[in-house]
Design a protein. Structure first.
Length: 269
């Protein structure tokens, strides 16, 4: 089934990204420690951590100690080549970068007027989606019409797959259990719990609504595979306030009023 390959891809994308994050983290740590040693050999190693503890750097930057030993943000020295086309990023300006790290690094260089800046427009550019820039095609009305149905089934399969892989927060186990029973008994909306689960996952701030920022990552990962995802989410936001409330999410994906009430209580903790 087509939807099966979609979720496998998404899962690969997500797990690769987590792996890269972990790798990037350990790499920068090693690197900066060396630098700290170079700056002043008498200073203990944890001096770096102390000084950088309160320095928050933006994407593409990492905390370094300058000549005076003060913490400041410098551009990430090196990005790993993910060697996976799916981890490339395409920006709104339709530029392909090897990874999101490379894009943020370029932004940093250009912001700091570094000579390695080759795309000054990067400063105002943003990531559009994961994958090489390509012709994504327009979402037709028909595709948009059938999209909720496809998404429901797809979410249903992902939820179960994550549970099988033990990649699911244990608080969701009860949802999986119930979903399996619903599927076995041929309940029409067997994917109901998966729709609830995805909303809880997206609503990181627990304000019972999913804002643009919370949706961005979801959309970026899916856009190449599902060119209707953005039009679909825009269409869910019926009051055009740039966020999707639990009511809007439920209505958009065909849930009932009762399901939405359950969703409110379930997601709030
Ligand atoms: C972006 O670039 C790709 C590949 O170069 C091209 O196929 C596509 O049409 C471009 N998209 C836009 C909106 O210009």
């Amino acid at each position: 089934m087509a939807s099966k390959s979609y979720f496998l891809l998404l899962i690969t994308i997500i797990s690769c990204q987590q792996l890269l994050l972990i790798q990037a983290e350990s790499e920068t740590k090693v690197e900066v420690q060396n630098e700290a040693v170079k700056i002043d050999e008498n200073k203990p190693l944890n001096d770096f951590q102390d000084r950088c503890a309160s320095t928050k750097c933006r994407d593409g930057e990492t905390c370094v100690l300058n000549k005076d030993g003060d913490a400041e943000c410098g551009c990430i020295p090196q990005c790993e080549d993910p060697k996976d086309e799916r981890l490339m990023v395409c920006t709104k300006a339709n530029h392909t970068y090897t990874s999101d790290c490379e894009f943020f690094q370029m932004q940093c260089w250009c912001r700091k007027k570094d000579e390695r800046c080759t795309r000054p427009e990067a400063v105002t550019d943003v990531i559009d989606y994961f994958g090489r820039c390509q012709n994504i095609g327009v979402c037709t009305e028909f595709e948009l019409d059938v999209f909720p149905k496809r998404m429901n089934i797809w979410l249903g399969e992902i939820l179960d797959a994550l549970f099988v892989r033990k990649d699911l927060d244990t608080k969701y186990a009860v949802l999986v259990d119930e979903a399996r029973k619903m599927k076995l008994s041929n309940t029409e909306k067997w994917w109901r719990n998966a729709v609830l689960w995805e909303f809880c996952e997206l609503d990181q701030t627990h304000d019972n609504a999913v804002n643009n920022e919370e949706l961005a990552r979801f959309v970026r990962s899916l856009k190449v595979l599902e060119h209707c995802i953005q039009p679909f989410l825009d269409h869910c936001d019926t009051d055009n306030d740039n966020k999707i409330s639990s009511e809007e999410w439920g209505t958009c994906l065909g849930l009932d009023k009762d399901d939405m009430a359950f969703l409110k209580t379930f997601c709030s903790h």
